[in-house]
Design a binder for this molecule. Structure first.
Ligand code: ADP
Length: 406
């Protein structure tokens, strides 16, 4: 029996999923929220359908991890700490250094720290999670799984921006992308549904959550992706602008009497996207509900759909064709209406939607007709399972020892 826990540590939260790896069964999952604030919240789902919930102060990440493991014993999810053989940590920025998931040692810690300038909020939070687990489970194999590493296979023409080349050479300015673990997971599932080797396929994965990105996956490798140096670019998102003209920022800084660039970028990150266009909400459900009576809400939906259609078209051209289009994450998994609107506009590619199948809910569904030239899928993403699988693979490799941290 080998238990592996997947961890996603944010600046004030810690999400986890505990797996029994032999069967990939989820034993427990939950969230420690509002860490470091007066009233924290803990929620753990476990067993057949049981739930533990409480509100209490969660001082810091170290306390959260101690409390989590203590609760796991109390709730009899585990009987001793040593049952957890591996810990997988999501890390946001891996730069060009981390091309795949790695066992964590002191050098890896230092490198993640030095990459914090690319993800100033996330990497330090990810490190807090790593250190807290290492203190309490010193012998478990700790593995870092990076959002960016899947995209390290992109050809240069797809990751170099059309700016002075020295910016890349001296400062590492390039397209890094994001959601790599999700795109990698759904591509694997689509290949097994098609019963064809991933290495032979051209796929386009649409991860449509609050943050959204599209990824062209050619022969099993990320070939191009819509997020860029940061997650701000690509399609319009809940509150992020997606692609836009940066010269507009200088213009608006003058108009709005903004004094700093970060202030302007804040508006592009937090006040734009569905929220900025509709003026209603950043949540797609609210925006769609309003869309019949509010033209700005309808416009937000139309722009979202158009952006997806535009990226699918350009990635199909870049790859020289496409075998399958995958929808995942909150909007991709739940909105038949958005999927149908996108796929109808792609009928020129020979895509035919099966509207009845498109309305089905559940795991891993093909929503195109049997005669459709390109297959369309709904595949619920599972980044935590992908993280746990990476830990499992690394643990099975020889000579991986749990290094002591300094
Ligand atoms: P995050 O990026 O925070 O993980 P999610 O993947 O949970 O986001 O996606 C959140 C988005 O999914 C929200 O915009 C929400 O409105 C949208 N969503 C969830 N269910 C539906 C639905 N039935 N129809 C349309 N949008 C939905």
């Amino acid at each position: 029996m080998s238990k592996i826990i997947a961890i996603n540590a944010g600046s004030s939260s810690l999400k986890f999923k505990l797996f029994e790896m032999n069967t990939e069964q989820v034993l427990a999952q939950g969230l420690f929220d509002r860490i470091g604030l007066a009233q924290g919240a803990i929620k753990i789902k476990y067993g057949a359908d049981e739930e533990f919930k409480t509100n209490e102060e969660i001082k810091d990440h170290s306390y959260a991890v101690k409390r989590l493991l203590g609760l796991m014993l109390n709730l009899e999810i585990i009987h001793e700490f040593s049952e957890i053989k591996g810990v997988g940590h999501r890390v946001v920025a891996g730069g060009e250094y981390f091309k795949r998931s790695v066992a964590i040692n002191s050098k890896v810690i230092r490198k993640i720290n030095s990459l914090a300038e690319y993800a100033p909020i996330h990497n330090p939070a990810n490190l807090m999670g790593i250190k807290a687990f290492k203190n309490i489970l010193p012998t478990a194999t700790a593995v870092a799984v990076f959002d960016t590493s899947f995209h390290q296979t992109m050809p240069k023409e797809n990751y170099i921006f059309s700016v002075p080349y020295e910016w890349y050479q001296k400062y590492g300015v390039r397209r890094y992308g994001a959601h790599g673990t999700s795109h990698r997971y759904v591509a694997d599932v689509a290949a097994s549904m098609l019963k064809r080797p991933l290495k032979e396929l051209k796929l386009i994965s649409c991860h449509l959550g609050a943050g959204a990105s599209i990824c062209a996956i050619k022969n099993g490798k990320s070939f191009d992706t819509s997020m860029g140096f940061t997650p701000l670019t690509g399609i319009t998102m809940a509150t992020r602008s997606g692609d836009t003209d940066v010269a507009m920022i200088a213009f608006m800084m003058q108009k709005l009497d903004m004094h700093s660039m970060p202030e302007a970028i804040y508006d592009l990150n937090k006040k734009s996207g569905l929220l900025g266009i509709s003026g209603v909400s950043s949540d797609m459900r609210d925006v769609m509900e309003e869309s019949t009576t509010n033209f700005r809400a309808q416009l937000a939906v139309d722009i979202f759909v158009k952006d997806i259609v535009k990226y699918i078209g350009s990635y199909t051209a870049e790859m020289g064709g496409v075998d399958g289009i995958i929808f995942t994450a909150g909007i991709g998994e739940n909105s038949a209406e958005i999927r149908s609107a996108v796929l109808k506009r792609l009928s020129y590619m020979g895509i035919e939607v099966d509207e009845e199948k498109n309305l089905l809910r559940g795991e891993n569904i093909v929503i195109s007709t049997s005669s459709s030239k390109v297959k369309a899928f709904v595949i619920p993403t599972d980044e935590e399972l992908m993280i746990a699988r990476d830990v499992d693979k690394i643990m099975k490799k020889k000579n991986v020892k749990s290094a002591k941290l300094v």
